[in-house]
Design a protein around this ligand. Structure first.
Ligand code: ATP
Ligand code: MG
Length: 227
């Protein structure tokens, strides 16, 4: 078992399956005997029912932590964090994320943190989601869509990560938009081949409410990494 601090789950876009993959990761890591803390540092589009991503992640991790630590920053507008904060006359108080992360990291073996949107989404003045992953010192899990456009979006995301010196623990393909066409399947095959060992999982189309199967992500490979 490695001494992993955890993972920062990012995606090639919003709505690509980051939460579904984060849930699978949390459950898998717990099955490996790790005490996992979940985090959604910033959640936007939060309504009266609360931060739904954060609540789901916290439940998968065992519901032990204060929601204020799991999701320290919440905004109502379903938009990028800086935009959603500005709509409320607020700023994204990045320090609050770091305080919450320190508390969670002190309580758990490792942290699974789900980013908002993709890697270059602005978080504050001159700070984007990639900077947060770097400052939290967590390697990335990149969630890639299965549908057309994924080659470009995945390579762009990986290039942005590498150019910023971020460690990429692996890529997980997620079929968030359901079954794909034969053309998209051929396209996806090209991505699978290009990624080689960096591809650590694939989550096939799930039925509503169905959880990803435990074997969908290669946790042995992930935990063997020295990042
Ligand atoms: N493999 C899958 N099969 C079927 N539906 C999926 C699959 N993966 C994700 N979904 C669905 O697609 C939608 C988007 O997934 P999810 O919420 O995980 O994306 P996200 O990247 O976390 O989005 P956000 O940017 O809003 O945080 C959800 O309704 C989810 O249930
Ligand atoms: Mg999500």
């Amino acid at each position: 078992m490695s001494g992993t601090r955890g993972f920062f789950v990012t995606g090639t876009d919003t709505g690509v399956g980051k939460t579904v993959v984060s849930l699978a990761l949390i459950r898998g890591l717990r099955r490996h005997g790790l005490d996992v803390g979940a985090m959604k540092p910033v959640e936007t589009g939060v309504g009266p029912e609360g931060p739904l991503d954060a609540l789901a992640l916290r439940a998968a991790a065992g519901d032990a932590d204060d929601l204020a630590d799991v999701c320290p920053l919440r905004f109502a507008l379903p938009a990028a964090p800086t935009v959603a904060a500005a709509a409320e006359g607020r700023e994204v108080e990045v320090w609050a994320i770091h305080r919450a992360y320190e508390r969670l990291a002190a309580r758990h073996d490792c942290i699974v943190a789900e980013g908002a949107g993709g890697l270059l989404v602005p978080l504050a003045d001159k700070l984007c989601m990639a900077d947060l992953a770097r400052d939290l010192d967590l390697p990335l899990i990149v969630v890639a869509r299965a549908a057309l456009g994924t080659l470009n979006h995945t390579f762009l995301t990986l290039e942005a990560a590498v150019s910023r010196g971020l460690d990429v623990a692996g890529v997980v393909i997620c079929h968030a938009s359901g079954p794909i066409s034969p053309a998209e399947e051929s396209n996806l095959d090209a991505l699978r081949r290009a990624l080689e060992g960096a591809l650590i999982g694939e989550i096939r189309p799930l039925a509503p409410g169905e959880a990803a199967p435990p074997e969908a992500i290669d946790l042995e490979a992930l935990l063997a990494l020295d990042l």
